[in-house]
Design a protein around this ligand. Sequence first.
Ligand SMILES: [Fe+2]
Length: 190
Amino acid sequence: MKKVHSIDELFQLFADFGHKSYGEDVTSLMHSLQCAQLAANDGASDELIAAALLHDVGHLVADVQTGERADLEEDDDVHEAIGAQIVSPLFGPAVAQSIALHVTAKRWRCTVSPAYHDALSDTSRATLKAQGGLLTAEECERFEKHPGHAAALRVRDWDDLGKDPAMATAPLESYRPLLERLAQNFAASR
Ligand SMILES: [Fe+2]
């Protein structure tokens, strides 16, 4: 299991692997920056901006482990769990939880809204199957009662929108002060 010990190491993952295609018309780095930008534009908290920026960091780490992305329909790389494990020691549960739940948020939305499912991008529809498909009624209820439900859905909203090849974004480095603040706050709370 890849461990990331600092913001520098986190940014190095983007430097090394962020150029890879997200499976849409954007790279992984572009997608991450767009999600963070959308969160900032929405006036989201620092924790949620960080979650938006880092929600797919598990994909980058999966790349480190396997060399290349797996077949989208066949293999789930459990990137949300890996991402949450990477982020949690640095920034704590306030950032990690929405990362951990962002795939469940997608599965929930697809379950409660067939129109949402039908409107998903081709890549997103392909990965849904590997991610476990639709939720059962019991799983839906559990997610709806989860305290991180609303935050995870917001991350999911930005995730859906952050696939615009023409969108202007702030650079990765501009998020360093926000991430340092979150890391310091989390370290002080322990
Ligand atoms: Fe994403």
